[in-house]
Design a protein around this ligand. Structure first.
Ligand code: CUA
Length: 331
């Protein structure tokens, strides 16, 4: 059974090395690349230590005359047991510490505020960098969106992290290391993407039932496209006066959700002003299609256990379709 288990274990060990959109080995950010470099140094450093220790063990266990032992044994303890590990570990420690200062360095441009909330991510663009106060998990100001963060390529963008409920952890493995989002304070992380594309982010701190379904997307675009994207996010809803909007408001959705440019001004749940342009719904777990929106609204807790949004089984298919079509059209 053990022999059959080896390939499975090997597969699991290397499955994390695939350079997908959620891999530290994707090389899509300055910090992630440093972490990857450090990982390989630590790995080969560890292999070197393992080989030396094993070699010493084999050498020490061979049959030999007792007189020889005393002198060689003392040298072994000095060089193999004290000098070698001290020097090797000091070099690895120094290398690790030398990588750290750039992560705390200054950011460029406007900051983006991100609030981890059970079980989704509130996002606000165009926030003053270096903010420390928080309201509802976010520093004041900014243009709200949710579960998708657009970043400019090659720019050191400050992410200000907060939370209104419990501790979450913000992690985009392909771009940078992880930092906790803690209620009542603002933590910061600087992201510097080095590749355009769509990358996966996750919550990396257990926060409740739907912790594993608290994901998001990071979309890296050129600085010009980023400016256009922020301007688009700032604009009000593109489509109003439809039956879908009427049903949305009549069913009280506006008490929790904002759709800027309409009567919906709620602040509890995700801002839906441009929800149709996002790649996913329900915090990165479903593709953004009208069918999935309808399915989610009909049975929220079935799709995502522990979600705060109530289900709307009383809406018929026709009504759900009208609402989903309207939300999908909010590009
Ligand atoms: Cu939020 Cu785990």
């Amino acid at each position: 059974a053990f022999a059959r288990g080896v390939p499975i274990l090997a597969f699991l060990a290397f499955a994390g090395c695939v350079r997908g959109p959620q891999s530290t080995f994707a090389g899509a950010g300055t910090e992630a690349s440093s972490v990857e470099g450090l990982f390989w140094w630590m790995l080969w450093g560890g292999v070197a230590i393992w080989i030396v220790v094993l070699g010493v063990g084999v050498y020490a266990s061979r049959p030999r005359p007792a007189a020889h032992d005393e002198i060689v044994g003392k040298r072994m303890i000095l060089w193999g047991g004290v000098v070698f590990p001290t020097v090797t570990l000091a070099i690895l420690l120094g290398f690790g510490l030398a990588l750290m200062p750039p992560f705390r360095g200054p950011a460029e441009g406007q900051a983006i505020a991100v609030s981890g909330e059970r079980f989704w991510w509130r996002v606000a663009y165009d926030v003053e960098p270096g903010q420390t106060g928080v309201a509802r998990g976010l520093p004041p100001g900014g243009i709200e969106s949710a579960n998708e963060i657009v970043l400019p390529l090659g720019v050191r963008t400050e992410i200000l992290l907060g939370s209104p409920d419990v501790i979450h952890s913000f992690w985009v493995p392909a771009i940078a290391g992880k930092v906790d989002a803690i209620p009542g304070r603002v933590n910061r992380i600087v992201l510097e993407p080095t590749k355009t594309g769509v990358f996966n982010g996750v919550c990396a701190e257990f926060c409740g039932d739907a912790h594993a379904q608290m994901a998001f997307r990071v979309v890296v675009v050129t600085p010009e496209e980023y400016a256009a994207e922020v301007a688009r996010q700032a604009s009000p809803a593109v489509l109003t006066g439809t039956r879908g909007e009427e049903l949305f408001l009549a069913n009280g959705c506006g008490a929790c959700h904002s759709v800027r440019g309409t009567e919906a001004q709620g602040r509890v749940g995700p801002d839906l002003t441009h929800v149709g342009s996002r790649r996913t719904i329900a915090a990165g777990i479903l593709d953004n299609t009208p069918e999935n929106i309808a399915q989610f609204v009909r049975a929220t807790g079935h799709v995502k256990q522990g979600v705060e949004m109530p289900a709307y089984p009383m809406l018929d298919d026709d009504e759900l379709t009208a609402i989903a079509d309207w939300l999908g059209a909010l590009q």
